[in-house]
Ligand binder design. Structure first.
Ligand code: KG4
Ligand code: ZN
Length: 340
């Protein structure tokens, strides 16, 4: 019989956040994230530096997660780690550590798909948060991905739409860079947008067939718009930063909402769950909540700390895989690209 109390140590190191969490069944006991500030000066993630920073952070982060959870490593039932997708040098730090620790403790090793984890983060048991019921539609929006996923069960997921070029997080970050905002610009665009008029400037939405997305055209349109206006008024950005950010954010939200409406129409599923770093965006969160009354949808917006990269979401997938004894041996490999 399974031990009723399953303790999972989860490790996430797919990009530029070193994270560790401890879960007891589907409850989070600790969730520690070390952000890597080193990339800010380069305006984007530098893979080699990310890998090196993971090596420095991983021991203190795991130690902090165990201490916060008040758990000794001997009490752990299994170790879950991010197998991919992500930066290879970053993934390898987490996977090597997870393998060695599982081997030393003689406990199971569980490989987790980062994108599935963003979706299954909705199943973390949190007071005041409802869990979606199967089937539901997940909109996964991060710095690396933009996907609409039909979720029929924990591990029965089908991508029904995705970006053909930039991810929505990149759209936020790259336009923020055009505006002279530091990396990662998404949260700053959000902050300024809250003080601006979303209809001050109009940007054309891309025409992409079906449920797919494209954001590179929008980025170029914004670049030309800024260049043109700066030529007429060198202080254009400073004088209009809030309205520019609000208008860009409004356009991005419209693009996402158009496709979500289409996905609901095509599938007949009215439960929508969002995940990934960009789901921290206040405009997206508000628009989705409004859609409940407007379209009769039931929407699920994760707790703030489970939106951007974190290890608690890796842990909840680890817990589900533990229940079905879905374990790996030490020969499991990291994958920069990985499908469901
Ligand atoms: O999921 P995540 O932490 O990492 C990836 O797996 O990519 O997502 C990071 C992305 C970045 O592009 C960041 O700018 C964006 O999420 N982001 C936001 C906000 N908070 C984070 N974008 C818009 N508004 C926000 N509030
Ligand atoms: Zn992510």
């Amino acid at each position: 019989m399974l031990n009723p109390e399953v303790y999972i140590l989860a490790i996430e190191s797919s990009c530029d956040d070193t994270a560790a969490a401890v879960l007891c069944n589907d409850k989070v006991l600790s969730n520690v994230v070390a952000n890597q500030l080193v990339h800010t000066q380069y305006g984007g993630v530098v893979p080699e530096l990310a890998s090196r920073a993971h090596q420095q952070n991983i021991v203190p982060v795991i130690d902090a997660a165990l201490k916060k959870a008040n758990i000794s490593k001997e009490q752990l039932s299994a170790i879950a780690f991010t197998q991919g997708p992500g930066l290879m040098g970053s993934l390898l730090v987490g996977s090597s550590f997870a393998k060695s620790m599982a081997l030393a403790l003689n406990i199971p090793l569980i490989a987790v798909n980062h994108m599935q984890a963003h979706i299954l983060a909705h199943f973390i048991d949190e007071e005041g948060y409802d869990k979606p019921e199967f089937p539901f539609i997940a909109l996964t929006i991060s710095g690396g991905h933009t996907q609409i996923v039909r979720v029929d069960n924990y591990f029965d997921m089908t991508i029904i739409g995705e970006t053909t070029d930039d991810a929505v997080g990149e759209a936020f970050d790259k336009t923020a860079k055009i505006l002279g905002l530091p990396y990662p610009g998404g949260p700053l665009v959000d902050k300024n947008a809250q003080l601006g008029n979303p209809k001050a400037f109009k940007f054309t939405k891309p025409k992409v067939p079906g449920l797919d997305f494209s954001f590179s055209g929008l980025k170029t349109a914004i670049l030309y718009f800024i260049q043109k206006n700066k030529a007429e008024n060198p202080n254009f950005i400073d004088e209009n930063i809030n309205d520019i950010c609000a208008s860009i954010q409004y356009t991005i939200i419209e693009i996402l909402m158009d496709k979500l409406k289409m996905a609901v129409k095509e599938t007949g599923i009215k439960q929508i769950a969002i995940g990934g770093g960009v789901s921290a965006n206040s405009g997206i969160r508000n628009t989705l909540k409004e859609a409940e009354a407007k379209y009769g949808w039931k929407t699920f917006v994760p707790k703030f700390e489970y939106t951007t990269d974190n290890a608690a979401m890796i842990g909840i997938v680890g817990y589900q895989k533990f229940l079905s004894q879905n374990f790996e041996n030490a020969s499991v490999v990291s994958k920069a690209r990985i499908q469901f």
